[in-house]
Design a protein around this ligand. Sequence first.
Ligand SMILES: NC(=O)c1ccc[n+]([C@@H]2O[C@H](COP(=O)([O-])OP(=O)(O)OC[C@H]3O[C@@H](n4cnc5c(N)ncnc54)[C@H](OP(=O)(O)O)[C@@H]3O)[C@@H](O)[C@H]2O)c1
Length: 346
Amino acid sequence: MAPVVNGKFIFAKPLQVGELAELGKTAVYDSSETINLDTVALNGSFLAKTLVLAIDPYMRGKFRDPAIKSYTPSFDLGQPISGFGVAVVLRSESDAFKPGDHVYSNTVSYAHYWVPKDTSPFTIIKNEIGLPWSTYIGVLGMPGQTAYVGWKEFSKAKKGETVFVTAAAGGVGSIVLQLAKRDGCRVIASAGTDDKVAWLRALGADVAFNYKTEDTRAVLQREGPIDIFWDNVGGETLDIGFEFARNRARFIECGMSSYKGPNPYRLKNQFFIVGKELSVNGFIVLNWLWKYGTSFYDEFPRLVKSGEIKHEEDFTYGLEKVGEAMQEVLVHGTNRAKKIIVVASN
Ligand SMILES: NC(=O)c1ccc[n+]([C@@H]2O[C@H](COP(=O)([O-])OP(=O)(O)OC[C@H]3O[C@@H](n4cnc5c(N)ncnc54)[C@H](OP(=O)(O)O)[C@@H]3O)[C@@H](O)[C@H]2O)c1
């Protein structure tokens, strides 16, 4: 077969602290190279074709100068970026993977075709219950796991307690909302558009509001106090949460999506942590899968298949559109639900 164009999404320019990803500058789509799928060297690995890719908020931090250390390595300058995705194996020299296998990991290359140097992070998805591949990087992937791990480990939820979830329409928040309802809690959920708020109501939120048009402080004053705060955004909303927390409330610090630019909001109400004896727990999902990975995969695929756990995905079609999709998730927050790039259908 003749060589085919192999488009890639390349990390081009590191971001300084507080700088926002710029379309066409931070990372660029490059279609200048071709690949021969029949002859490309595998060196004991496999040749993969990308099917679906996730755009996740944590990726923002990976566009940094590689010299700056963080909890996750930076992307490699001049190389395709990588993240959670599902690919199909086209050829293989590895005993562990065979052509036709669908593989999943957080090291999938944002390229049409690629040969991983290290095959150890990849697992084969059996998909015996026949869910779309995108499910495995959304509700059954890292976002779903994050909701499950954080809720099981830190919520200490009791029936009738009041929970506040921010960025509640997203891949993580929408699952937290449903886990809280399944545990008999009363849920207050916020999001940034009226469409998202309608989705929160459909998921069973007892109180759902658009924090851009309704005052969070007024809602929590009316509907609180809160026993559990699932925090996806940090900043001023977290500060308001401290104010309307019940004594001994649990704060689950999952993300800081409201962080934007070089002058982030500075907390003013942290003295409530002492006065109200609040528990504030941050966590990184990957550090907890040893404890919850098995039970998650025992429970969740069935709940998703049966519709007992609902989820939505916001698709962008084409690898060349990764930049636009990243702007939606990392800069503007306009993604409607879990953002997925569909690169190829099979
Ligand atoms: N701790 C962990 O291990 C872990 C793992 C996965 C994810 N997370 C964190 O969990 C949070 C939710 O993740 P997700 O995948 O479910 O994302 P997501 O909610 O699908 O997307 C991010 C959402 O954050 C909201 N947002 C608020 N302020 C924003 C701003 N200034 N810029 C951009 N977005 C803003 C937007 O929704 P609104 O319309 O509601 O504003 C946006 O849609 C993120 O903070 C992420 O970093 C943590």
